[in-house]
Design a protein around this ligand. Structure first.
Ligand SMILES: Cc1cc2nc3c(=O)[nH]c(=O)nc-3n(C[C@H](O)[C@H](O)[C@H](O)COP(=O)(O)OP(=O)(O)OC[C@H]3O[C@@H](n4cnc5c(N)ncnc54)[C@H](O)[C@@H]3O)c2cc1C
Length: 445
């Protein structure tokens, strides 16, 4: 059955979630428009990994072969101490014989550009910061900062961790006493990092760049206060991430503060703040590829270095009226296990399948019912992905004797839950797009 005639979707945000939503809607024959606040799209310069669970979807959209060319399959994660001593290794393939599905590791800016190039001209407008959303019985109107308005039948909030769509929705629900207490609590964060991607390096100096697969190296500083992750990428580049537990929070351990881990709890002591100061902490780390780790940082163009706070929160309320959330706007996951983008893609596939089956573009009750089904299907999987990513981060960064023991055991005998998470099997739902020819079946749980 074709989608209802005239159905129009407004997507807020042109990040990975917004772009993939647009590409899927395009294939479904549903009209959409993406509003992006930035006047020029400039994604952070680091790596991203995509899980095997989304490969069938990428094949259906005709993106898979190009994505293979842009990426390297993730082979494993080797953990080393700052002086280069091997602490252990996790094989990233999905079974204990080291075979099976691989995650794809690629540059985030490359992926963003690749998806952006697949959005037809006129379907995305930049410089449109959404500040208000209002509804009638049959339509929804989005207002931007520059006072322009856009009208559609529903709004998809793909506007990231600090989503304006979510804030507008929650303000309304709060006013009516309908917002759950947990959704009033700000995003939690207890880690910060600086991320970057080098310019192309000389493979004679770094032969690892010629490897067809990607072995992630994690260098752990004393007490796990600082770490450096290094990922060889396609195009002779290396992605890196320097950081760890937010020192503002470490410096005030023992102080009573009920808002621990939120912005309100940052301490007063001096802590490394700027990317340069944070990177200084790894100056004496031994580079697994020879030379100094600072060589990689110095080979990174300034514009491709950014400082990020690693927030996390799984929101309970994902929709209200004609507005629904996808991606980081409803589940912000710590990025240590590369679940964020994959979960956003799964959200979009689930929602677009349902929109394709809508009978009427104007019925609010029908929309509410599909939004409820969408949350039912997606929220449990997103919770598992979020919890597993947090467990992995704790495994790497927790301090003390017990944490050391746990780390040593896991790094010697990779447990099944970790293997499943790496391979993407945490995703109990791995949807196909119902309206496109069925894929060959890259992913089997
Ligand atoms: C350092 C780092 C590393 C990561 N690594 C991985 C990884 O390896 N694997 C993985 O799967 N995930 C990773 N993630 C997470 C992943 O990037 C996100 O989960 C994924 O991109 C989905 O994000 P999103 O599109 O929902 O939000 P975002 O990427 O935040 O995009 C939101 C977009 O909305 C726009 N916007 C915001 N407000 C408004 C407004 N009011 N009006 C209009 N537009 C607005 C923003 O400008 C932005 O373009 C990482 C994240 C970080 C920070």
């Amino acid at each position: 059955m074709p989608p209802p005639q005239g159905l129009r979707v407004i997507i807020v945000g042109g990040g990975l979630a917004g772009l993939i939503m647009g590409i899927m809607l395009d294939h479904a024959g549903i009209d959409y428009h993406i509003l992006e606040q930035a006047s020029r799209l400039r994604p952070l310069g680091t790596s991203i990994s995509l899980h095997p669970v989304i490969m069938d979807l990428m094949e259906q959209l005709g993106l898979l072969q190009d994505m293979y060319r842009m990426s390297k399959p993730l082979r494993g994660i080797t953990v080393l101490s700052a002086n280069g001593r091997k602490k252990g290794r996790i094989d990233a393939r999905s079974n204990k014989r080291g075979q099976g599905h691989h995650a794809m590791v690629m540059s985030r800016p490359d992926l963003h550009e690749f998806l952006l190039a697949r959005i037809p001209a006129g379907k995305l407008t930049t410089g449109k910061r959404v500040i208000d959303i209002s509804e009638t019985q049959s339509e929804v109107t989005v207002t931007c900062m520059d006072e322009t308005t856009y009208v559609g039948h529903l709004v998809v909030g793909a506007d990231g961790a600090y989503s304006a769509t979510r804030q507008i929705m929650y303000q309304k629900l709060k006013g009516r006493g309908l917002l759950p207490e947990s959704d009033k609590v700000p995003l939690h964060f207890d880690k910060q990092c600086v991320v970057g991607m080098t310019c192309p390096l000389d493979p004679v100096k770094y032969p690892v760049l010629l490897d067809e697969s990607c072995e992630v190296k994690v260098l752990l500083g004393k007490d796990q206060h600082t770490s450096m992750w290094i990922l060889p990428l396609q195009g002779n580049r290396m992605a890196w991430c320097v950081g760890g537990p937010d020192p503002h929070l470490i410096s005030q351990e023992g102080e009573e503060d009920s808002s621990h881990g939120s912005h309100a709890s940052r301490g007063r002591d001096w802590c490394p703040e700027t990317p340069v100061e944070i990177c200084e902490d790894v100056r004496n780390f031994k580079c697994p590829y020879g030379g100094s780790v600072m060589d990689l940082i110095e080979a990174t163009p300034k514009g491709l270095i950014s400082k990020v706070l690693l927030e996390e929160k799984l929101f309970r309320t994902w929709h209200n009226g004609r507005v629904v959330l996808v991606g980081d706007a409803c589940h912000k996951i710590v990025p240590f296990f590369g679940q964020g983008a994959s979960q956003a893609i799964l959200d979009c596939a689930c929602l677009v399948n349902m929109l394709h089956d809508l009978k009427s573009s104007e019925s609010l009750s029908e929309l509410t019912s599909i939004f409820e089904k969408y949350v039912d299907i997606r929220s449990e999987t997103a919770r598992v992905a979020s919890d597993s990513s947090r467990e992995f981060a704790d495994l790497i960064y927790d301090q003390g004797f017990k944490a050391d023991m746990a780390r040593n055991i896991v790094l010697r005998f990779t447990p099944t839950w970790l293997l499943k998470m790496i391979a993407g099997n945490v995703n109990s739902d791995h949807p196909h797009l119902k309206f496109l020819p069925q894929p060959k079946g890259h992913f089997k749980s």
